[in-house]
Structure formats: structure tokens, C-alpha cells
Design a protein around this ligand. Sequence first.
Ligand code: C2E
Ligand code: CA
Ligand code: CA
Length: 750
Amino acid sequence: MNEKMTRLQMRRMLRLILGIVLILIAIGVFLIFSLMRTMQNSARQQMSVETQEYKNRIYKQVEADFQSLDTLASFFTIDLLEDREAFAERLDTSNKQNNFRTMAFFYKDGSGVVSTLGIGVSADMDYHELNEVVHPVIEKAFAGEKSVSRLFQSDAVEGRVFAYAVPVYVDGTLVGALMASDQIEIFSDILSGNTVLGGNGYLHMVGTEGNFLVRSSNTVVKEEIENIFDGPYFDEDEVVHLKEEMRDQKKIFSSFVYEGERYQVILDPVGMNGWYLMCVNTLQESNPYVFPVLVIMGAAILVVLFIIFFLFAYGLRLVQRNNKELWRQAYHDALTGAKNLFYFREEVGKLLENVGDFSVVALNIHQFKFINEIFGREYGDRLLIEIKEVLEQGMKEGEFFARDRADLFYLCLLETDREKILERLQDIMDAIVKISSHHHNNYRILLYSGVAINEEGNKDVTPLMTHVMFALTTAKGSYQNNVWFYDSKLHEKEKTENYVESHMHQALKDGEFKFYLQPKVDLSTGKLKGAEALVRWVKEDGSMIYPDEFISLFEKNGFCTKLDLYMVECACRQIREWIDAGKEPVGISVNQSKLLFYENDYIETMTNLIRKYDIPGSLITLEILEGLAADNVDELNQKMSLLQKQGFRISMDDFGSGYSSLNILGNLHIDELKLDRGFLLEVSDAENVRSRIIMELIVQLTGKLHISTVVEGVETAENEALCRDMGCDLGQGYYYSRPIPREEFNQKYM
Ligand code: C2E
Ligand code: CA
Ligand code: CA
């Protein structure tokens, strides 16, 4: 997963979280609104219930009053009514027994008797003399109807009163109207106004036109107004609406705003005279506990949101930090802090898509393992860090490098010109050598590198990396050039490999593999001490293929075992020939591949060969590579010891070329050590004091362990002198002779 993807995922996550938060807010808002609604509804319900209660009380009272009047009227007789004085007395007595303020009876002609508490009785009154509010009530009674008047200010008694009237029948004939006026108890409650809604509300009584009948003293609206539609209660639209509804005697829920606060209102028709009870809730939005609860809820939601955000932000930071660390680990080499191969391949992949013009370089140090072993790991590590620093300086905009493992570095240069690349690599290598020799006591390291210039149209990383390794391997084997380009020549090499693989079996049958010998010379006497058998593939047309071009391939495809045995047999035959010819035979070294060495019947086969040719095993030296020891030193030693019992000598070849280890000398019971040509090259550099120390040390060590040393690649007299001075036993190289066909060898040396 790369950084881009993680960022994408993070953005997706952020969006998700934001979505969740929005949904939470929406849910919160919805909850608050529905709660408010529920509370509003419950407040309305409470108001309804309470209003209904007052309505009931009004009804009961009115009902009771009517009943009292009816009962009284039922006792009236014609005799009683005719004696007005006596009737007046009777009425006055009845009045005192009842709760009415005033009681009156009017004959159908309008005249009548009136008794008023605290004032007395008047026997000669006309109902027209009474407050006009009362007139219709009396007239309705004359028409046979019971009714209640509006509230009015009585002249006779204090306060506002109502009048009731019932028709009076004697023997089925309507004779007049019995009337009473009273201050209904409920209205005093309404007026005092502290019992409604537990003290949190008040009631007015209004007429159908909105005029106040009874106005509570507790009202929040302080203005002295006559009508609810005049004051600050409702806006115009609401007034129109209310008037319409009240005309139809409908129950109405409404609210009004006064001095910035909203109050719930219920207008409930009493069902009498078109009266309405108007209940006002004095609590804003109903309930004293609800508002703080809402506030707390809102705050809680905010806190939760904040916590979610905080946790998210915190988590995000952790993830980011963690990701950063993971990226760092995934893309970096822990030791030097440079980028790693993984990163390198990825970046090269990107370049392949965008830029086509670039080259990939692999850089390596000769004998890095020795540096580690002799100067210490820390020293080696420091060297690698220094190389990384030099490479950092050497990169241009858009270029990058990485360390893969051990001393293998990869560079990506935005260059395709060979000369330019060579120049830049030389500068980089020089800088590394300079810095390292400066810091590390004049030890001059030897660097080599392979280059693959990207070909037009290539979109694949792998062939590029394969080519650069091909070039690096070539650079390692060739000591004259420390920079190798993967080019048509190397491409040819690849082609040759293809030829080799498809023709090897036939070539072995046809005897195209020729037995060449290269002399090994005693450095102290200059005399021939032995020879190394080296194979040459001479094709039908006479052209030659060198082992470099096929041995590693044979090692991979297994053909090596056949070829090596063939060479051993050639060597045995050669020695037999020498003995038969009466010549003093010299030992022949034969290269043995790992595959052959580990074959089950290897020792048996080898023993059979020396028996077949009847030659002493001591004349055959088996050259093995240190890689053999990598798997299992004990097993190798065991095998070697069995071979040594048969007389064979064992030689460690190419010592110092790979990741050679000094431990091998101590652990493996070898008879001979062949120092790789690279050693001689390094030691020949007079300034390279440390290399010399290493080589001297190795030679001393082998001397003590009774291992004879052979130096490979002796090309000059100076080389020879140097090896002799250092105490090496044998020399091998072009200085004495190139590998030559056995016939030529016999002619020259035997
Ligand atoms: P090697 O065993 O290290 O053989 C020495 C190589 O160094 C030979 O290359 C030889 O020609 C070359 N050489 C000798 N003296 C000098 C010198 O003074 N200067 C330079 N520049 N080179 C010198 P060659 O014959 O091409 O063989 C290459 C490698 O192929 C051998 O390296 C060996 O590992 C392998 N090889 C050769 N023949 C056989 C074989 O029959 N079986 C196996 N398994 N490997 C073989
Ligand atoms: Ca060899
Ligand atoms: Ca060698």
C-alpha cells in the first residue's frame, strides 16, 4: 500500500466520520424537536384538562343555580303570586336561604318583586329598571327558556355578577320569570388567578368577539385592553384565523409572543352564551424542567460530538504516525537510512510510465566481507553510511538511489549518454574511495558497477533489474573495467547462453569440450608445480566459447556434474599418459561444482576413476568454492576427509572474491587456498596498505594451518615478486602461461 492509497482511505474515513457526525446532529435536532413537540403537546393537554375542569365547574354551578330556581318556582301558586306583599316576603326569605345576591320575580307584564341581600325587598319594580344585560334573560324566560346572562356590574351589589332566569309555570300556564343573580365562585378563582396550572398559568373568560368577560389579574400582558384582539396578543393573520374559528365555536390552540417570550394559549368554548375560556401558560415553552433539560441535552450532544472529533483526530494522528513509521520501514534501509530496493523498484516503475530516458546502476564493493571481518562490523557499517552520504550528494533533481543488502547499492540516473554516466559514476566512486580512505587509515576500497540504460518502449522493471545485475556480475569478474554497461555485447552474451543451453549435450558427445591446462609455479624456485585444468568449448567451426559464458549456466541447469566428471577423467587420463611415458607427473587441479560435490556417489565415482587409471589420488586436486561451506561445514568436512583418505587434495578456489570468510580457514580442513585475482589487484596498489595487511595476514594464517597458498592472476614480474615477498607458495597466471591445450602443455612443460 502506498502513501496515496492510505491518504485516499483516510479521506474516505474522514468523510464517513463527517457523515456520521452530521447524522448525529440531525438525530439530535430531531430528538430535541420531537421532545419539544411532545412537551408542547403535553402542555397543551394539561391546559386542555385544566380548562375543561373550569368549564365543568361553571356548568355545575349554573346547573345547580337553575335547579334551585326551578325548585323554588315549583312551589309558586296563583294565590301566592297575587298577594305581592306576601310574595315579596316569601322571596326575601328564600333569597336569604340561598346563595344568590339578588332574587326577583317578574310578572308577564314586566312588573315584579326584587330581593337583594343586604338591601331588602322591593315589591314594585319593572325589569326594565334592572341592568340591561338582564333584560334578554328575563325575556327569554317569558318565552319559556332558561338562560344565563353575561357578566355585568350590578348597581345593587359589589362586583360583577351573572343573572339567571327560568320560566315559572302554575298549573301548566306560564305566569312569569324567576330570576337570580350571583357571583359564581369560579370567577373569583379566575380573577385571583393563582390556581391555574399550578400557578403557572391563568384564565380569562372572553366572549365570541374576543371581548374580556372576566380578565385575570395575573395576566402577563399588562396593557389595559378590552379585547384580546386589540392588545399585543396575536398578529393580524392570527386574529383573522381566531375570529373565524371562534365564530364556529371551535377549540383553538395558539401562542403569542410578548416581550420576547412565547406563551402557549388555548381558547376553549364554554358552550354557554358563546363564552370562551382562554388559558395562557406563563412558562416559556411550557415546563420549568424541560428548558434546562433541553439545554443540557444540547450541551451533551455537543460534548459527545467534541469527544468524537477529538478521538477521531487523535486516532487519525496515531494512524498517520504509525503509517509514517510503516512507510519508513517499508521503504527504508534500517542501517543507512537510505531507501530500499522495494522503494527503488516502485520508483523505477513510475519512471517507466512517465519518463523513459534514464539508467539504472548497481554499485558494489570488492571483498566487502573481509572489510567487515578484519576491521569490524562497525567499520563496515560506517563505510556503508558514508557511501550513502556520497550518493546523496551525487544525485540530481528527480534521481534516487537505494541500498538493497550488504554492499549492494542501486542508483537511478536521469542520463542515457554512456560518457555522461561513466563520468558521473567515476566521480561518485572517486568520492567514495577518497572519503573512505581518508576516514579509514588509507584503506582503499575497490568499487565496481553495472549499468543498464533503459531501452525505448520498455515498460517493465524486471528486465532492467536483471540487465543491471548481469552488467554488475560482468564488472565483478572483469578487473580491467569497474563500470560495465549492459549493451549489445552483454546481449550477445545472453544469446550465447541460449546457444550453450541448446547445444551442450551434443557438444559433450562430439568432444567439443577441450581439456586445457594452465601451469602453477613454485614462487621460490620458479619450477612447475602443477596445473589447473580449464575447459574450452571449441565449436565445429573452430570458434571458442570460454567457461565464463557457460559454467554458471551449467551450474544452474545441472550439466556441470557431467562436464566436471569428464574433466576429472581427462586429468586422470593425462596423468596416466605421463606415467606411461615415463615422465614425472605433476598434480592437476580440477574445478568441482557444488552440484557434483554433493552427489551421493561422488566419492565412489572419484575413487573408481583413480582406480580405473591407477593413479595416486594425491595428483588430483579438487578445487571447490567456499559457497559449499555455507550449508553445512561438518558435512563438508566429513566428505572432504573421505576424499582426502583416498589421497585427493582439496583446494579452496577464488578465495576473497565473494563474501569470503576467514572462519573458513579455521573450520575447513583444506590443503590449498587459491587467492582470487582481485587480491593481487588491490595489493598492487601501493597506497592500499590495508589490503596488503589482509593478504599478509591470510598467508600467515594459512602457513600456520599448513595450507599452501596459490595466488591467481600473476601477470607481471612485479606481481610475482610481491607474492613471493608475502610468503605465498605458488603462482598462477598469464605471466607464466595462459591456459593452453594439453598437447601444447606437454610440449612446453613435460
Ligand atoms: P578459475 O577456476 O578461477 O580459473 C582461473 C581463471 O582465471 C581462468 O579463466 C583463467 O584463464 C584465468 N586466469 C588465469 N591466470 C590469469 C591471469 O593472469 N590474468 C587473468 N586476467 N586471468 C587469468 P577461465 O579458464 O576462463 O575460467 C573461468 C572460470 O570458469 C574458472 O575460474 C572456473 O571457475 C570455471 N571453470 C573453468 N573450467 C571449469 C571446469 O571444468 N569445471 C568447472 N566447474 N568450472 C570451470
Ligand atoms: Ca579454479
Ligand atoms: Ca580461481
